[in-house]
Design a protein around this ligand. Sequence first.
Ligand code: GDP
Length: 473
Amino acid sequence: KAQQASPAPPPPAEEEKVVEEVVEVQEEDPREHLNVVFIGHVDAGKSTLSGNILYLTGYVDKRTIEKYEREAKQRNRESWFLAFIMDTNEEERAKGKTVEVGRAPFETEAKRYTILDAPGHKNYVPHMISGAAQADVGILVISARRGEFETGFERGGQTREHAMLCKTLGVRFLIVVINKMDDPTVKWQRERFDECVSKLKPFLKTCGYIIKKEVRFIPISGLTGANVLKEVDSKACKWWDACSKEGHPISSEKTLLEMLDKLQIEGRDANAPLRIPLLDRYHDRGCMTMGKVEAGRVRKGDKVIIMPTKTETTVEGIFVNDTVPIVSAKPGENVHIKLGNNVNIDDICKGFVLCKQPPCRAVLSFTAQLALVDLLEHKPIVTAGYECMLHAHTVESEVVVDKIIEQINIKLKPGQPKPRVLPYAKQGAVILCTMTVPQTICLEPFEDLQQLGRFTLRDEGKSIAIGKVVALE
Ligand code: GDP
């Protein structure tokens, strides 16, 4: 890795006696960075798998694992020790559930990754949304254990909603891991793997995924690590090795990490104007903020504008993995940024966007294309005046539908005139409408920058529609 020492700090003035640390400032890492989100029904094995990936790639050492193993044992949750790596706060451990989106970095020779561990419980879908909105790859964890696959996949199970949200939030790739293949009810049987895959495929298609191009399937055991970094022992599973040699119809890669390393992420433009939707801010010897670079490149010393407030400031420092200083960051990086002294943490909110010229737009109303999802449980009737919550990049806001302009997805016979526009729309409809938010938010037309131009609408705690920004007022 190319490294460069930071220039020596100027000698501190006599009275101040500031002790400046000399830190190695790294140049930009040429490897691509991917955010990986784990999704799926509660107990499918998301935390166990993510914990094991960190262990197998050397990001958690044996002693930490042993400590977690002991703690898990004390709580009579022995098999959950890997999950303990991701679920680090006390409240979560006691419950054995992941509440916030956990983050952990790991790397291979080919790429660098950050795991975002999204919670599977119904009430935590908004966390899952903020995780998925930053993700490049979704790993949909499916339990192959008898009964568990079925429960997760039923209406009310989270498998459907999560896969749907991932697609709508712009997660381009989905790796479907058929997990718990080691379980005594499964024993690495090919029939069970095929059964799960054949039930999932039609559903993933209806979510909008193009199966061969955007979806991969792989049988694994997150608990034993089989097919995670190393291929499953051929004594336990004869068919997988044969499959990958023959060129498997759904995957030619043998392990999960091989699949991740080979993914090609398109559409990252380092020459576009800078856009970093902000996730949070905090105080650490100045105002710090964090987010993922969605477009453009940010360099130390850059003049930047915070939208929608148009606050101008400078980039005083850039950090990855919380504390490692770097000189510049390209699209795909999760960064922490130290801002100039003129900015206070109260000047920053989740949902603001850090930009370079020209800044993104900040609007109160916009025209959008809405698709009213019919796979989900909640099926409202949308009319003018309909109010709900909008989730776009890192922003959440109330929103009102002002006017339905057109129903888009109606099939007309040749020569048949367009019917009158109905004043309401139901599940399955795709409409063009105008929408208003109570306070300005940052958006871009979907055509210009997808990450800032797509959104999800939620009502009564359920996802009801997905949308694209067509035009800004
Ligand atoms: P999460 O809710 O999706 O994060 O699921 P956890 O990782 O907490 O796992 C739920 C339960 O499934 C725990 O008891 C795990 O030990 C078990 N589990 C997870 N992965 C595997 C696996 O690959 N094989 C087996 N047999 N059990 C697993």
